[in-house]
Design a protein around this ligand. Structure first.
Ligand code: RIB
Ligand code: CA
Length: 317
């Protein structure tokens, strides 16, 4: 089977690291490159973490650093610590120093320029898998509008039909850059939104995390330990039995669409300043009579997704 060309955009990040783990085991996927962006940590740290994780997982592709801040949002001062410390001060659960210094270096090109180069040279249309604020993707679409036709689809982790995680109705990746999300959502490229409605169903219990250690050698042990604090947060704040594997879902669905059920709705991004800015307003009953523009993951199969992680880990035993 011909491989699916994919561009990844990440803010590594604990669950981004798990998405990279899945990517490292997708034989039907050809990763053309990876762009990094601010989000879970500063842009410098997420780029560094991405290089480290790629090398640790044996992913050998160009990596380029992208946006440091949202299009219209002020730059976040990560040095002061975040209001809710989800991914640790280093973005890898405060154990990133256990990984060796990466030999892999960042590209000299910016994220969007490298994306443009790789996507324009690819003989097939490229799928973008984004698991971070959509800033790089929006800048790419604005800077290289002629390349939109070379994008097969954009699969993104972000948003929610119902609820939120940084504000009552706002999810982090969209809330960090609502204007960028609006540019992406309003583009004519087919899109699939993997929001909290589906991703929150995909947790990993502490017992299952320990199985990662048994199965996956050094990689399993690192990923298991990195999730300690993250899992505790989900258990105490969200009342879940474990850590949530948000960012793995789009990549998993790309190679096996049975892992999540998707349904098309009209979706808009709320851009009015205030508590709801960044909400992915999903018209589930089509009250406004608008055309559908986004497929939305409405449920996901937790055990099936988990098995994909375990399968990916076996090669590190
Ligand atoms: O809301 C969850 C998302 O925010 C994930 O992509 C996580 O890595 C953070 O970026
Ligand atoms: Ca992420």
């Amino acid at each position: 089977m011909a491989k699916i060309p994919v561009w990844m955009d990440v803010d590594t990040g604990l669950d981004d690291a798990l998405a990279l783990l899945l990517a490292s085991n997708c034989k039907d996927v050809d990763i053309l490159g990876i762009s990094t962006v601010f989000g879970n940590q500063s842009s410098d740290k997420t780029a560094y973490n991405t290089l480290k994780m790629c090398e640790f997982l044996g992913i050998s592709v160009p990596v380029a650093v992208g946006a440091r801040k949202g299009l219209l949002e002020p730059e976040i001062d990560y040095s002061k610590g975040l209001e809710m410390d989800v991914h640790g001060a280093d973005g890898l659960g405060n154990i990133g120093e256990r990984l060796p210094e990466p030999k892999l270096k960042l590209s000299d090109l910016t994220a969007v320029d490298l994306m443009a180069e790789k996507i324009s040279k690819c003989h097939k249309k490229v799928t973008i898998v984004a698991t971070a604020p959509l800033t790089n993707i929006a800048i790419f679409l604005l800077s290289y509008p002629e390349l939109a036709e070379k994008v097969e689809q954009i699969l993104f982790m972000g948003g929610a039909m119902y609820g939120g995680n940084i504000k009552p109705t706002v999810e982090a990746n969209i809330g960090h850059d609502p204007e960028a999300a609006a540019i992406v959502i309003n583009s004519p490229i087919p899109k699939v939104m993997f929001g909290l409605d589906a991703t929150m169903q995909c947790f990993i219990t502490d017992e299952e995390r320990n199985q990662m250690k048994e199965i996956g050698g050094n990689v399993g042990a690192f990923l298991c330990d990195s999730l300690d604090h993250y899992a505790m947060l989900y258990q105490t704040i969200a009342g879940l039995p474990g850590a949530v594997l948000h960012d793995s879902l789009p990549m998993a669905w790309l190679v096996d669409p049975t892992v999540a059920e998707v349904k098309e709705f009209p979706v808009e991004i709320e851009l009015t300043n205030g508590i709801t800015k960044g909400c992915t307003v999903t018209d589930v009953w089509n009250r406004e009579g608008k055309k559908t523009n986004v497929k939305v993951a409405i449920s996901a199969k937790r055990e099936q997704l988990l098995k994909m992680h375990f399968d990916a880990l076996t090669k590190f035993a």
